[in-house]
Design a protein. Structure first.
Length: 120
């Protein structure tokens, strides 16, 4: 009688242990179903609200100039418009401005556009 209970306990332990190991091996993939990625910040470093409008882009992005400030008040000239972090250019939004490139986001996809000096 004691042996039967021991065998049943060992069986149950193995069963639960194996199902736990199998469950951990499965990978979770987030399906946004066209909605905003919840891991993308809604505010910029300086507290401005990021707009996540999904309007169509108006042509390619062309970075024509950058005014870089280490304290975070940088601006860029993109498609003939002066923009800052959080501003929109067509369907893209400015995520970060660095001294040689502008980082955009569009529907959770990051796009980096580098500025080139004349003659390059």
């Amino acid at each position: 009688m004691l042996e039967n209970k021991t065998i049943i306990l060992i069986f149950l332990f193995c069963f639960f242990f194996c199902t736990h190991c199998v469950a951990q091996e499965q990978r979770f993939t987030y399906d946004s179903k066209g909605k905003r990625n919840p891991f993308i910040a809604l505010l910029t470093a300086d507290g401005r609200l990021i707009k996540l409008d999904k309007e169509e882009a108006k042509g390619d992005l062309q970075v024509e100039g950058i005014i870089f400030d280490k304290r975070g008040r940088s601006y860029a000239i993109v498609n003939s418009s002066v923009v800052g972090i959080g501003d929109s250019v067509g369907a893209y939004q400015v995520l970060k401005i660095e001294n040689n490139k502008v980082v955009f986001i569009k529907e959770d996809k990051i796009t980096e556009i580098e500025i080139h000096k004349e003659g390059e």
